[in-house]
Each structure stands twice: as C-alpha cells, then as structure tokens.
Ligand binder design. Structure first.
Ligand code: RB5
Length: 145
C-alpha cells in the first residue's frame, strides 16, 4: 500500500507519528508535511497532498492540522476526495465501510479518546461494504456535478 501525508504547523509531531506508524505496517509513505512549526496555510497543504494523490498509485491519504477540521474541509472541496475526520475507532472503521473515504484527517491539538494509531488501524483494517453504501457514495460524488 502507498499513502500520501501532509500537515500544517498544528500537527508536526502527530504527522511524524502517523508516518512511522504507517511504515511499521509496511505502507510506503510519501510525506509532504512541513517539519517546523512555522505557520503555513492548511488549504495549501491539502491541495498539495490531493494533487499528489491524483497522480495515481496511492491507496489513501492522511491530512493533519491543529483540529483536522480546516484541512479536511479543504480536501473535501477537491473533486474525487472523500476525507473523513473520525472522532474515534468506530467512526474510523465506518469511514471506510460506509463512506469509502480515500483521505482521513486528524488534529494535532485534539485530545482523542482513542489513539490516532488505533484509529488508523481501524480505518486500514476495514473494507468498503458496497451495496446501499455504494449508492450513497455515488450520490455524494454526484454532488460535485
Ligand atoms: C492553525 O493555527 C489552525 O487553524 C489549523 O491548524 C487548523 O486547526 C484549522 O482547522
């Protein structure tokens, strides 16, 4: 599997943790994040990761900002992207099972009840269930037209 990751200054450490967790699962990571806490703009980081994802060869992307909110909103403005912002492992698994999310976002300044690594595992270990969910995902994508 291959993933692209990007972050802003609100999630430098979290982004590093995510990179090493994915690599520990033998997932190839293209890390486009920033490495310092110098301020940058999360819409630019979302676009950078999505542009890379669209080149092909990627299974999913991970986006991080202070809350995960701004960078996920930005990614969801871009055609073809379904970026989930899970609250816990349950939501992370359903992001794949029901929503077929191709990006997942987290907040570096959020005190999650579940570890981000566990949420990532829940997302990665789940599979899209299709059926009625495929109909709904198709309707989401039709909203882009
Ligand atoms: C940056 O200060 C902060 O606004 C950003 O990381 C994120 O939380 C926005 O949603």
């Amino acid at each position: 599997m291959k993933a692209v990751i990007a972050n802003d200054h609100g999630a430098v450490e979290l982004s590093r943790r995510i990179k090493s967790h994915l690599e520990s699962r033998n997932i190839e990571v293209n890390w486009l994040g920033i490495t310092t806490e110098d301020s940058c703009d999360y819409p630019d980081q979302a676009k950078k990761a999505v542009d890379e994802f669209r080149k092909g060869g990627y299974d999913f992307g991970v986006l991080c900002c202070g809350t995960g909110i701004g960078i996920s909103i930005s990614a969801n403005k871009l055609d073809g992207i379904r970026c989930a912002l899970p609250q816990n492992c349950f939501a992370a698994a359903l992001a794949r099972e029901h929503n077929d999310a191709n990006f997942i976002a987290f907040g570096g300044r959020i005190a999650y009840q579940d570890k981000v690594e566990d949420m990532l595992d829940a997302y990665l270990d789940a599979s899209f269930q299709g059926g009625r969910h495929a109909r709904r995902v198709a309707k989401i994508m039709d909203l882009e037209k």
